[in-house]
Write a protein that binds this ligand. Structure first.
Ligand SMILES: NC(=O)c1ccc[n+]([C@@H]2O[C@H](COP(=O)([O-])OP(=O)(O)OC[C@H]3O[C@@H](n4cnc5c(N)ncnc54)[C@H](O)[C@@H]3O)[C@@H](O)[C@H]2O)c1
Length: 271
């Protein structure tokens, strides 16, 4: 069960990436609450539209379209863009230019941004390191670098214009964990939905980082984030999968050394 709240956002919520794996879950979770939703994605929306939602197909790199979509919105839940490790040229449009467009739209509306950041912004920290929310970025891919850049951009818009952001550094958000690493990094769909809903409804967030993992006993890498400030606490856990998955490691010493796993190991050429 995702979130149960009767609270409504004061203004409509714009959700980018609505047709993606997580966007569809969030559309459903926020739609079920009867929230006024503007959904957008470059791909068609594959599901029935929730009551109270509209869908507009748009490219994140189209500033005019994004500004138009954001008009009158109080929050932009930004989940669109390149969501996996890709070559630089495929990251830069959606995740850098598109991100700028999102922040320009947020600035024009005075809207908050709730952003799908990633553990891959810090993926080159070793698994023995415990990170706080202000630990240094150590991106493990161009994709992870775009997430670090997004958090820095959010900082610029906050410091200069007072635009609030909640950065959810998502670990592994899938129906269930599928390997040993995910016993640490797994985030259930419902815990994600509850985090987004709390981030939208919070009275004030300033700049806030959330470590996006469920209540997993093996999540010893991350601590100290803004969850208390927005009133989010994960409720699910990867622990019931421990016996089945604890020996399902990658076999790659680089992947096993770093928090980012296979993303850190991909194309690794350091001697
Ligand atoms: N799933 C995870 O475990 C995970 C982990 C960390 C971060 N994230 C982040 O969460 C977000 C959603 O991830 P997902 O797993 O649902 O990925 P996804 O690929 O299923 O969804 C991304 C969506 O963005 C859309 N998109 C891509 N380029 C676009 C463009 N130029 N204009 C408009 N829309 C565009 C795609 O069509 C897609 O529907 C991403 O930002 C991803 O980086 C996900």
């Amino acid at each position: 069960m995702a979130a149960t709240t009767t609270a409504q956002p004061a203004k409509p919520v714009l959700l980018t990436g609505a047709s993606g794996a997580l966007g569809r879950k969030l559309s459903q979770a926020m739609g079920t609450l009867g929230w006024p939703l503007r959904l957008t994605d470059i791909a068609p929306f594959p599901d029935a539209l929730p009551a109270g939602a509209t869908f507009t197909q748009a490219d994140l790199v189209d500033l005019a379209a994004i500004r138009d979509l954001a008009k009158g919105c109080g929050t932009i839940v930004h989940f669109g863009g390149t969501a996996v490790d890709k070559p630089f040229d495929e990251v830069i449009g959606p995740n850098i230019r598109g991100l700028y467009n999102i922040y320009e739209a947020a600035k024009a509306e005075g809207a908050r941004v709730v952003f799908a950041s990633s553990n891959h912004a810090v993926g080159f920290h070793e698994r023995t390191t415990v990170l706080d929310d202000d630990s240094a970025f150590r991106p493990d891919t161009f994709y992870g670098l775009s997430k670090a850049y997004a958090e820095l951009m959010g900082g610029l818009y906050y410091d200069k214009h007072g635009i609030e952001s909640v950065f959810i550094r998502i670990g592994s958000c899938f129906p269930e964990p599928v390997d040993a690493r995910m016993l640490a990094t797994w985030l259930s769909y419902d815990d994600l939905a509850r985090a987004v809903i709390a981030a939208v409804l919070a009275e004030k967030t300033d700049l806030c980082v959330l470590w996006g993992a469920s209540k997993n006993a093996r999540m010893t890498w991350w601590r100290g984030d803004g969850r208390a400030k927005i009133g989010w606490e994960p409720q699910d856990s990867a622990d019931p999968f421990t016996e089945r998955l604890k020996d399902k490691a990658s076999g790659d010493p680089v992947a096993e050394r770093y928090q980012g796993g296979g993303y850190a190991a991909a194309g690794y050429s350091r001697k």
